[in-house]
Design a protein around this ligand. Structure first.
Ligand SMILES: [Zn+2]
Length: 381
């Protein structure tokens, strides 16, 4: 008996991220083993699908699934400091079971529009174990070591160490220059530099003020008793500080946002870490009222563009297809560039094995992002 079967469709995505007619896929039990366009190979049990579009699964390169229960809790135009304040206040009110149920719903919703892989940043160690065991979850889990003021650092590290030793797929990371202290950075660097790191960088202009010991982030940290002046930071730009701390010496870096990065900062990053990726979470930036003016500088950067959503606190869902629709409307990237960022560039950068990639069928859809956003996808395998 032939263990393979062949599926033919109407529209499929090419490796160059363009749509072409008459795709075919050879499926083994749980993966696509070969694919092409035009006349399919003979000798297989064949199944022709109705009209519609077939794509390989999409990658969400930055999410916080743990915050899914905070949907609609952050008002538009809040900015990052008000967001941080609200997240802190709201989280305390929500039970673990509600956090987990909201997480499951959010992952399933994203999957029903073709998003199958997440680079997820987690703050709570128990949630990190929960999401690992969730059958619908695939992806990288980054455990964020949050805390800017020293006294509790050693306690935090001591708590986290055994967990990282036991669970090698859990990657420690920092939150941002204002969310993690130099001591936490040192720990993360020594633990994870040969793997990858994912952190928020230059999401808002307030981060630049912060490096000068002033502004809304300083006020916020003071209000939660988390502010101190670290000597490592004095008189440095954000990029210089991170570089001096060894936080740019990682095999892979996911620099999330860069929405407020200026031309000179981007030039420095290009020089120091051309092998990094930057993650665009456009809907989240818009929701917080952050306007990006560096589109062209980032388009010219050697750093790889990947796409993320951030959390449901600031984005309506974790679906990368919907994120692509929002970015497409800005006219800053071609549709093909967006498809690449959501599929083949992400697979390559994140080293996602082709055998792990599911394929999705959007019945009745045209090969256009906006049309595909209108229908729920079926998983082919
Ligand atoms: Zn984030």
């Amino acid at each position: 008996m032939n263990i393979f079967r062949l599926i033919q469709g109407q529209w499929g995505l090419t490796r160059d991220a363009e749509f072409r007619k008459d795709p075919w896929y050879i499926l083994a039990a749980n993966r696509v083993v070969d694919a092409g366009f035009g006349k399919p190979p003979k000798g297989f049990f064949s199944n022709k699908l109705d009209e519609g579009v077939i794509i390989p699964g999409l990658v969400n390169s930055h999410s916080h699934i743990e915050l899914s229960s905070l949907k609609d809790k952050i008002s538009p135009g809040s900015g990052i400091v008000e967001m941080a304040r609200r997240i802190q206040a709201e989280r305390a009110k929500i039970s673990d079971i509600d956090i987990r149920n909201a997480a499951i719903t959010a992952v399933q919703e994203a999957r029903s529009f073709g998003t199958f892989y997440f680079c997820d940043t987690i703050n709570d160690t128990e949630f990190a174990s929960f999401i690992k065991g969730l059958p619908a979850f695939h992806g990288n889990r980054y455990l964020e070591l949050l805390g800017f003021k020293n006294p509790s650092d050693s306690e935090r590290i001591a708590k986290i160490k055994p967990m990282l030793e036991e669970d090698m797929t859990l990657l420690p990371t920092i939150h941002s220059v204002y969310g993690s202290s130099p001591t936490l950075m040192n720990f993360v660097r020594e633990k994870a530099r040969s793997t990858s790191i994912s952190f928020h960088l230059l999401e808002s202009p307030e981060e630049i003020d912060f490096m000068h010991n002033t502004g809304a982030i300083v006020d916020f940290l003071k209000s939660i008793n988390q502010y101190t002046q670290h000597r490592e930071m004095s008189n440095k730009s954000i990029v210089d500080y991170l570089n001096q701390m060894g936080m740019l010496s990682f095999k892979k870096l996911l620099l999330v946002h860069l929405s407020s990065a200026r031309r000179e900062g981007i030039a420095e990053l290009n020089e120091l870490i051309p092998h990094a990726a930057w993650v665009l979470c456009h809907r989240s930036n818009k929701h917080l009222g952050i306007e990006r003016t560096n589109w062209e500088a980032l388009k010219l950067s050697p750093m790889k563009l990947l796409l993320g959503t951030d959390s449901l606190a600031t984005a309506p869902n974790l679906s990368i297809l919907h994120e692509m629709r929002a970015i497409e409307q800005t006219n800053h990237f071609s549709t093909s560039e967006l498809w690449k960022a959501a599929t083949y560039d992400a697979y390559e950068y994140l080293e996602i094995s082709t055998s792990r990639i599911p394929y999705y069928f959007f019945p009745g859809a045209l090969p256009e992002i906006s049309s595909m956003c209108q229908v729920r996808a079926q998983e082919l395998i």
